[in-house]
Write a protein that binds this ligand. Structure first.
Ligand SMILES: Cc1cc2nc3c(=O)[nH]c(=O)nc-3n(C[C@H](O)[C@H](O)[C@H](O)COP(=O)(O)OP(=O)(O)OC[C@H]3O[C@@H](n4cnc5c(N)ncnc54)[C@H](O)[C@@H]3O)c2cc1C
Ligand SMILES: NC(=O)C1=CN([C@@H]2O[C@H](COP(=O)(O)OP(=O)(O)OC[C@H]3O[C@@H](n4cnc5c(N)ncnc54)[C@H](O)[C@@H]3O)[C@@H](O)[C@H]2O)C=CC1
Length: 444
C-alpha cells in the first residue's frame, strides 16, 4: 500500500486519480486543488461565450463527490504552498487559512499552466480579461450584455484568440484580433492554410491586425483602447491570449526543468526525483515529430500523461509512446487540423524538409450535394523521407484523416509508405484517387 498525493485535479490530475482508483486497490489517495471546481473543459469556453451551447453545465465531467465515492480524499480551494522533498511532506493551506501537512510516498504534480501575462501598462484595468478558468469565462459572459462594451480586442491569434474572436463576433461585438506574428495560428499551419483562416475571419467582419506588438492598454480605470507599435485601436474590452507557461513555481528550484520551466519527465512521467511524477501542462512531452523533448499544452496530452503516471505510481511500468501535438480548430464553417511540424517549423529546426500538397473535391464530381474541397499538405524530410507533419482543411469534418498522419509520425513512417496505402473508395466518402493518396503520390 502506498500513499499517493496529487497536486492539481483538472484534466491531468483527474485522469491520474481515475486511473489509480479504477485499477488499483488499497492505496491512500489525497488530492488537492486550489480551485473550487475540477475538470472544466476550456475548449467549451468559446462555444459558451458565443452562445453555441446553452450553458456551462456540460463542460465538467468530474466532481469532488464522484472522486471521493471511489475512495480518495479531495481538498478543493486548498493550495499547496510548499513541498519538502527530503521529508516527503506537502504543505497545503485552505481558503480558511488552515494548514494541512500531508506526507506522501509518491507525489504527482498536475499544476497545469498559467496564461502568459504581457508586461505592459494597463493590463490591470477593468475589462481586461484572461481566459483559462471557468471563473474567467463567467466574468467574460457577465460583461457581454453591458451595452458599453461594443468593441473587443483579442490579443494573440493562436488557438484561444481565434476561437474567442469568433465567439465575440457571434454575440454582436466588433472584434479586432491582434498578433505579433504575421498571421493567425502560425504555430500550427503554413501560410496557405493561415490565409484560408484569415479570409474566413475577415468575411465575418473581424479586423485582423498582425505583425504588431501591443505596448499599452489605455484607459483611466476601464479599458478605452489598445496601443501597438503600428497603431491605436479604440476598444472597450481586451482579452489576452498570448500563450501558456507551465505553472511550476512551487518546485522548479528542486526539480530539473525544460527551457520554459516545465518539469522535465521521462517516458514514465517521472521527474528528476524518483517518487515525484509530473503530468499535463506543467510537464514536458516526448515529441515524435522532432524525436526530442518538447512542451505542448493540450488537454489530450494531459489526459494521456495522467493515465501513464497513474499506472506507474501503482507499480505497473508503462511508458508514454510520445505525442505529435495533434490539434484541430473549427471556426464558422472552416475546419482545420494539423499534427507534427509545419513546413516552416521543420525548416526553422534545420530539417531539409519538403511538402506534398493536394486540393480536390472530397467526392467524385457526379455527387452534386455536400461535396466540398479538401486541402491536404504532408511535410516530410527529403533525405530520410520520414513524415514530419500534416495539415488538412475543409468545410466538412476531415478530422479522422489527421489521426492517420499522427500514427504515421509516431511510427516514423516514410511518405513512400502512404503512396499505395489501402484507402477504401466509396463515392459517398471519397474518390478512387483520393486526396491523401494523390498528395502522397505527388511527393518528389
Ligand atoms: C480557452 C481554452 C481552450 C482550450 N481548448 C483546448 C482544446 O480544444 N483541445 C485541447 O487539447 N486543449 C485545449 N486547451 C488546453 C487545455 O485546457 C490544457 O492543456 C489543459 O487544461 C491542461 O490540463 P492540466 O490538468 O495539465 O492543467 P490545468 O488545466 O492548468 O489544471 C491545473 C490544476 O492545478 C491546480 N493547481 C495549480 N497550482 C496548484 C497548487 N499550488 N495547489 C493546488 N492546486 C493547484 C489548478 O487549480 C488547476 O485545477 C484549452 C485551454 C483553454 C484555456
Ligand atoms: N483547439 C485546440 O486544440 C486548442 C488548444 N489550446 C491550447 O492552449 C494553449 C494556449 O493557447 P493560446 O494562448 O491561444 O496559445 P497559442 O500558442 O496557440 O497562441 C499564442 C499567440 O499569441 C501570439 N503572441 C505571443 N506573444 C504576443 C504578444 N506579446 N503580442 C501579441 N501576440 C503575441 C503568438 O504569436 C501566438 O499566435 C496552447 O497550447 C493551445 O494549443 C487552446 C485553445 C484551443
Amino acid at each position: 500500500m502506498s500513499k499517493i498525493v496529487l497536486v492539481g485535479a483538472n484534466h491531468a490530475g483527474t485522469a491520474a486519480v481515475n486511473t489509480i482508483l479504477d485499477n488499483y486497490e488499497n492505496n491512500e489517495v489525497v488530492v488537492f486543488d486550489r480551485n473550487s471546481n475540477i475538470s472544466f473543459l476550456g475548449c467549451g469556453m468559446a462555444l459558451w461565450i458565443g452562445e453555441q451551447i446553452k450553458g456551462p453545465e456540460g463542460l465538467f465531467y468530474m466532481t469532488k463527490e464522484r472522486i471521493e465515492e471511489k475512495g480518495a480524499k479531495v481538498h478543493l480551494e486548498t493550495e499547496i504552498q510548499h513541498i519538502d522533498f527530503e521529508k516527503k511532506v506537502v504543505k497545503a493551506v485552505n481558503k480558511n487559512g488552515e494548514v494541512i501537512n500531508e506526507t506522501y510516498d509518491k507525489l504527482i504534480l498536475a499544476t497545469g499552466s498559467l496564461p502568459i501575462s504581457p508586461k505592459i501598462k494597463g493590463s490591470n484595468l477593468e475589462n481586461v480579461q484572461f481566459v483559462k478558468l471557468y471563473q474567467d469565462a463567467q466574468k467574460a459572459i457577465e460583461l457581454l450584455p453591458n451595452k458599453d462594451i461594443k468593441r473587443v480586442a483579442v490579443v494573440g491569434a493562436g488557438y484561444i484568440g481565434v476561437e474567442l474572436a469568433e465567439a465575440f463576433q457571434r454575440c454582436g461585438k466588433k472584434v479586432t484580433l491582434i498578433d505579433a506574428a504575421e498571421s493567425c495560428l502560425t504555430r500550427y499551419y503554413d501560410s496557405e492554410f493561415r490565409k484560408k483562416m484569415e479570409d474566413n475571419l475577415r468575411n465575418k467582419g473581424i479586423d485582423l491586425q498582425f505583425n504588431q506588438m501591443v505596448s499599452e492598454i489605455k484607459g483611466d480605470t476601464k479599458v478605452e483602447g489598445v496601443l501597438t507599435d503600428k497603431g491605436e485601436y479604440d476598444v472597450d474590452m481586451v482579452v489576452l491570449a498570448i500563450g501558456f507557461r507551465p505553472n511550476t513555481d512551487i518546485a522548479k528550484d528542486s526539480l530539473e526543468t525544460f527551457k520554459n520551466g516545465a518539469y522535465k519527465v521521462n517516458l514514465n512521467q517521472q521527474t528528476s526525483k524518483e517518487d515525484v511524477y509530473a503530468i499535463g501542462d506543467c510537464a514536458t512531452v516526448y515529441d515524435n515529430s522532432i524525436q526530442d523533448t518538447n512542451y505542448i499544452a493540450l488537454a489530450t496530452n494531459a489526459v494521456r500523461s495522467g493515465i501513464v503516471a497513474g499506472h506507474n505510481v501503482c507499480g505497473t511500468k508503462l511508458e508514454s509512446i510520445g505525442v505529435q501535438g495533434s490539434n484541430g480548430i473549427s471556426i464558422y464553417d472552416l475546419k482545420m487540423v494539423s499534427t507534427g511540424m509545419t513546413l516552416e517549423v521543420a525548416k526553422s529546426r534545420g530539417y531539409d524538409a519538403e511538402s506534398a500538397d493536394w486540393a480536390d473535391l472530397q467526392k467524385p464530381e457526379f455527387i452534386e450535394d455536400d461535396n466540398t474541397e479538401v486541402m491536404v499538405k504532408i511535410v516530410y524530410d527529403k533525405a530520410t523521407r520520414r513524415i514530419l507533419g500534416a495539415q488538412m482543411a475543409s468545410s466538412i469534418d476531415i478530422s479522422m484523416g489527421i489521426h492517420m498522419f499522427s500514427l504515421a509520425i509516431q511510427e516514423q513512417l516514410t511518405i513512400d509508405k502512404l503512396k499505395l496505402l489501402d484507402i477504401f473508395f466509396l463515392p459517398h466518402f471519397n474518390k478512387p484517387y483520393n486526396y491523401i493518396t494523390m498528395a502522397a503520390l505527388s511527393a518528389k
